[in-house]
Design a protein around this ligand. Sequence first.
Ligand code: ITT
Length: 193
Amino acid sequence: MDIWLATSNSGKVNEFKSLLHGKGLVFHQLSEVKNYHSPAETGETFLDNARIKAKSLKSVMPDQWVVAEDSGLQVKGLKDLPGVHSARYAGDKATDHENVAKVMKMVNLRTPTERSAKFVCCIVAISPTGEEFVFDGVVEGSISKKVAGTAGFGYDVCFIPEGEEKTFAELGIPFKNKVSHRAQAIRKLVEIF
Ligand code: ITT
């Protein structure tokens, strides 16, 4: 079965592929869609933004399964920021490195002793007949005292999942894929295919 993934984040694509490996699914990426421009993520929630991305791709792929995902880091002591702004926390064209640096700076400045945080993921899938499915996942944890590790992407270098002492980036992808927010949502998604 063909699935069109409405994401330009290669870290997300890799996790979808590895979590759904062997399920007979063929993933297509935005780079295969000619003249496609990702929509502005103007929603106030992860669901809003996942739906905006899914509907946008669906409008040019009307007969296909389309899957979009919106996710981010919520830091308790920063009033759940960066949240839906996770990809752009340090500016519109910010790199992962710059976003992580800003989170570390803000946490150390505003909430050095309360470092609780969570990753949230919302997936919206739209079937060839236009039926919408929504799945989510959350992983609780905390912001590390210093960045560490090389696996994964985004904030993985500064996020320690609950019960562990190392960051996702140190624990590696096989570990992350057992517990992550995205893994939880993808496991629910797979049941509809
Ligand atoms: P698309 O919109 O094209 O899917 P994006 O990177 O812009 O790609 P989002 O708008 O959903 O995706 O932003 C999510 C950001 O949150 C992402 O760029 C990371 O910085 C962060 N993030 C989400 N999931 C993460 C994870 O599993 N590990 C580390 N950081 C994550």
